[in-house]
Design a protein around this ligand. Structure first.
Ligand SMILES: [Zn+2]
Ligand SMILES: [Zn+2]
Length: 361
């Protein structure tokens, strides 16, 4: 079968590899759609530290070295199931979305003893990033607990959006956002706009969002932002806009999806005293943080990493149709051959036009 494999920064190839076969507790999926993620773009420039193996150092869980099959945001149809899979839950023909995270599940691992902390397993792996069957291939084999059946009426395209939506869901859940809360989201990428959507569904009050591309700001407005500001325009100041929007109080919670010195500075200046900053970003450079200002304001700096035990509740909400219009974030659909030129490159150089690009293997 055809699969996209990652050999290292700048080296991504369309290879012919053997079709995977199911183990006793696994299911085989014919992949329908796989979304291109910010982490795929990151890996185009450098190896993702901690999660990705190298050519010589295998990942501790997958035991694989590069090359690996890429893709972790995917959906598909079950075409085969292993002999020990619970057939009351999974059967051939079902449409599923894949939860690509995968922890050691050893009894001696404290983090793995509860579902809610499995994302913190020191040996956490992500399909398509750490090894295993990535979604940028015609077929993938996954463990049964990684396949979640899509509710009736939810498309396979939407199914490929569940992974980033789960990232956003986990962040909002961890921020403990109450109805009426005010919030600022730094970064109007797919996860930023999804956080916005979830906040609005949860009855948040004023929600501002900052971005660097007109199209993304427009989409954010469409999805319920009280104010969407393009910081690429001179004279647009996130802190000023936030203070204006909250009558000088500052917001209850800031979601930092940008991960830069500018965003953390803006977060600290925009959050109200006693408020919360939720970091959702992977940082390229380690920022300097004004600890004194954090103390005077008693600001809590918290972090949200992927998801853990979120999919069931998320899919129940998806089944109610509350996120159906998020497919408007899909700006292009491409075959695997075009991954680099019309996918990764478009997301780097044509941010004004593209938000989420889906690949159809
Ligand atoms: Zn992703
Ligand atoms: Zn573990």
């Amino acid at each position: 079968m055809k699969a996209i494999r990652y050999y290292g920064p700048g080296d991504i190839r369309l290879d012919d590899i053997p079709e995977p076969t199911v183990g006793p507790k696994q299911v085989k999926i014919k992949v329908a759609w796989n979304g291109i993620c910010g982490s795929d773009i990151y890996s185009y420039y450098s190896i993702i530290p901690g999660l990705s193996p190298t050519i010589t150092a295998p990942h501790p869980t997958t035991k694989e070295t590069l090359p690996i099959t890429m893709g972790h945001e995917f959906s598909g149809t079950i075409v085969d199931i292993g002999s020990e899979v619970d057939r009351s839950k999974l059967v051939v023909g079902q449409h599923v979305t894949i939860e690509p995270s995968w922890s050691c599940l050893k009894e001696t691992c404290v983090q793995c003893t509860t579902l809610e902390t499995q994302n913190l397993c020191p040996k956490l792996a992500l399909l398509g990033v750490s090894g295993g069957c990535g979604g940028l291939a015609e077929y993938a084999v996954v463990d049964e607990h990684q396949a979640h059946v899509l509710p009736e009426g939810v498309s396979l395209e939407m199914g490929a959006m569940m992974e980033p939506l789960a990232v956003a869901w986990h962040a909002v859940k961890k921020a403990n956002v109450k109805a009426g809360c005010s919030a600022l989201i730094l970064g109007a990428g797919p996860v930023g706009i999804m956080i916005l959507k979830i906040l609005k569904v949860n009855g948040a009050g004023w929600v501002g969002i900052s971005g660097r591309a007109e199209k993304r700001c427009e989409l954010a407005q469409l999805h319920g932002a009280s104010s969407a500001f393009n910081v690429a325009h001179s004279g647009v100041d996130v802190v000023q806009e936030t203070m204006q929007g909250t009558e000088g109080r500052g917001v209850d919670v800031v979601f930092d999806c940008g991960g830069s010195q500018d965003t953390i500075n803006a977060a600290l200046a925009s959050v109200r005293p006693g408020g919360l900053i939720m970091n959702v970003a992977v940082w390229k450079d380690i920022p300097a943080i004004d600890m004194n200002l954090m103390m005077y304001k008693e600001v809590v700096l918290a972090h949200s990493f992927v998801y853990a035990g979120d999919h069931e509740q998320l899919l129940q909400t998806v089944a109610q149709g509350k996120f159906a219009d998020l497919t408007s974030l899909i700006t292009r659909r491409i075959p695997m051959e075009d991954l680099v030129d019309r996918g990764i490159m478009a997301l780097i150089h044509e941010k004004h036009e593209h938000v989420k690009i889906l690949v159809h293997p």
